[in-house]
Design a protein around this ligand. Sequence first.
Ligand code: APR
Length: 267
Amino acid sequence: MGSLPSFAPDQPHRDPQLPDDLVRLLRRAQRVTVLTGAGMSAESGVPTFRDAQTGLWSHFDPEDLATPRAWARDKALCNAWYLWRVHLVRSVEPNAGHRALAEWATLPGRQIHIVTQNIDDLHERAGSTVLAHLHGSLFAWRCDRCHAPAPTPNAPPTPVERLDPDRCRHCADGDIRPGVVWFEEPLPATEFDLAIDVCRDTDLVVVVGTSGMVQPAASLPHLAGANGIPVVEVDPRETLLTEAATVSLRASAGGALPAMVRAVALE
Ligand code: APR
């Protein structure tokens, strides 16, 4: 277990010097599982959830927006908020970290499995295939009664406080809700099982930009550790997962991941 204090969080773009033990782990690993959280997309301009100044949760109470009860209580408020996030994600681009992960998968003999808590599509737009979207997707809407899939509704270009959801065209009885996993809802079973498999049976787990505060996703690095698999953490700050990490890199995703992939490519 270790923590390297050399990278200041306020210098996200500095190319970090990678410690030798990390470079060894990276070069040895042929199968790599990457678990990403909101910090992965922060440098693209998507706010994280729990960072003090910019986190969306610091402006909104999650209970008002991200539970089934909240949806039942005020569908127009929830719908408007998620559609604002659709617009936000569509207006940003993948960052150097997303691109580095896509490049890693093209290196000979390397297999990269991405498991993300993010509901954006920035990994895919950078060219990666995502094995599991643990918390669903902003681009997979469905009926809240009959569960029929529905197209992503039109997102207003400026945030509005309330917007009635579309009605379901199949059952005509339900409303179209975002296909994200809310607090108190179970994770999609198939995706979580896939995530467990690739955290138990892999050479290395890299955890990027997650506070480790939300279960069960936060249990995955511990599962890897319990199976003797090294865990590398990339985050500008100490997190609840730092203790489970073999190496912690105090750096941003956009700074660290390109350097890590370069270290593998230059082997
Ligand atoms: N690069 C890497 N990490 C970063 C960066 C960056 N540029 N900027 C911030 N971070 C880190 C923060 O230090 C923090 O540890 O990203 C983490 C973000 O944590 P959270 O905001 O809690 O996001 P996350 O862990 O993904 O949240 C989990 O909570 O609300 C739910 O469903 C939502 O999927 C989300 C889940």
